[in-house]
Design a protein. Structure first.
Length: 126
């Protein structure tokens, strides 16, 4: 499926307490905001110790929707600020979004033709 609106979701899984760091970095790079949710890791390293301390499985997941043109800048900013290049600090991934609905500032930046085309496609599918 082709990404109709050129919007992407950056999913950042960071250490507990680092959600605000990720959010600040993404905003400084041009993202308009995001959502922080809390999670718990349950991988093979859940019960491991580092320097005699248990590795905490609690994570903060930051969801950030950005236009294609901003993906690299926002992702690079997140990686640097959250130190994702260092082992154990988390990871980030980017997913294309087939459709975006709701009142999103970035959608207002689209041309009237593109918004009309998206609305027309949804009417035909429903």
């Amino acid at each position: 499926m082709k990404c109709e609106n050129d919007m992407f979701l950056i999913v950042t899984i960071a250490r507990k307490g680092w959600g605000d760091v990720v959010m600040d970095a993404s905003k400084k790079a041009g993202a308009e905001g995001g959502t922080v949710v809390f999670g718990r890791g349950c991988g093979i390293h859940e019960n491991n110790r580092l320097l005699g301390m248990m590795i905490e499985p609690e994570k903060e997941v930051v969801l950030t929707v950005v236009p294609k043109a901003q993906v690299d800048k926002v992702l690079d900013s997140i990686v640097a600020a959250a130190k994702l290049h260092e082992p154990g600090n988390g990871m980030a991934l980017v997913l294309p979004l087939a459709k975006v609905a709701g009142r999103v500032h970035m959608l207002e930046k689209y041309t009237a033709e593109k918004v009309t085309a998206l609305a027309g496609n949804e009417q035909h599918e429903g």
